[in-house]
Design a protein around this ligand. Structure first.
Ligand SMILES: Nc1ncnc2c1ncn2[C@@H]1O[C@H](COP(=O)(O)OP(=O)(O)O)[C@@H](O)[C@H]1O
Ligand SMILES: Cc1ncc(COP(=O)(O)OP(=O)(O)O)c(N)n1
Length: 272
């Protein structure tokens, strides 16, 4: 049994954050663990309140998991402030964890800030150099690089710049690119560019897409897949989850974490 940890915020509505991550880990048949960075009061309409954890609480959760159970791969999501980012980076170094996926969560769909503005430099300086994969959406890639992204060439240039910050692999997600019928994600490993392109699904129920996608990459890395293969499976997983999204709540409903296995008729194997 492979073990995956999410270091992220709680979404009371269950569509994003650690809830989405743990559902994804379970569906992809890895043992899921969590270190909570913040509690959000949140639903499909938006984020009503944010309560960050004390840094000691974040550090202790990671320590407890690391020194007993162990971690085959981990992801970070909402980290909220510079102190939490620095604490997480220290723990990753302490345990010498290498399969680290950073989802640089900044702003929720409804516009709420999930990362303080002054924490962006901590993310760039302390966390990106430690990660195997970073998964910014287009607005996050623009913040990380200071450039505007309109075209595929812009995505490539942004990926180069983020790679230069120390991230070994960069996935720029295309969910926010509304000018095309395709949803195109770009993977850059420092040498080659790969585009993952699927038809865009027309739905308002896309709450938690980024969390689910990065959790799926993490689960596949925990099982020993290459970065390219992990991203390929994650793209299939999120496509099925959006294509069968759940029309619950009055706003942006969640994606459907069961859909990938149901569509594939997959048998439950530890490695599948
Ligand atoms: N409407 C859509 N149709 C198909 N794929 C989508 C759609 N929206 C997002 N995705 C995919 O979901 C994943 C998360 O992307 P994105 O929504 O950009 O992230 P975030 O939730 O961090 O803003 C990416 O693989 C992206 O291509
Ligand atoms: C607690 C928490 N973490 C992360 C997010 C952002 O999730 P994301 O997958 O980017 O989805 P949207 O917010 O864009 O729907 C969140 N909302 N809450």
């Amino acid at each position: 049994m492979k073990r995956a940890m999410t270091i992220a915020g709680s979404d009371s509505g269950g569509g994003a954050g650690i809830q989405a991550d743990l559902k994804t880990f379970q569906e992809l048949k890895v043992f899921g663990m969590s270190a909570l960075t913040a509690v959000t009061a949140q639903n499909t309409l938006g984020v009503q309140a944010v309560f960050p954890m004390e840094v000691e609480a974040v550090a202790e959760q990671i320590q407890s998991v690391g020194e007993d159970i162990g971690v085959d791969a981990l992801k970070t999501g909402m980290l909220f402030n510079a102190e939490i980012i620095e604490t997480v980076a220290e723990k990753i170094k302490y345990f010498a964890w290498e399969k680290v996926v950073v989802d640089p969560v900044m702003i929720a769909k409804g516009g709420a800030s999930l990362l303080q503005q002054e924490a962006v430099s901590a993310l760039k300086d302390h966390l990106l150099p430690l990660c195997l994969v970073v998964t910014p959406n287009i607005p996050e890639a623009e913040v990380l690089t200071g450039m505007t992204i309109l075209s595929h060439d812009d995505k490539k240039e942004a990926a180069r710049r983020i790679h230069a910050l120390g991230a070994k692999n960069v996935v720029i997600k295309g969910g926010h690119d509304l000018n095309t019928n395709e949803s195109v994600d770009l993977l850059f490993n420092g040498a080659d560019f790969e585009f993952f392109s699927v038809p865009r699904i027309e739905t308002k129920n896309t709450h938690g897409t980024g969390c689910t996608f990065s959790a799926a990459i993490t689960a596949q890395l925990a099982k020993g897949l290459t970065v390219y293969d992990a991203v390929s499976v994650a793209k299939e997983f999120i496509h099925a989850a959006i294509g069968n999204s759940l029309n619950i709540g009055q706003g942006h409903g969640p994606t459907n974490h069961w859909a990938f296995n149901r569509e594939k008729g997959r048998l439950a194997t530890w490695h599948g």
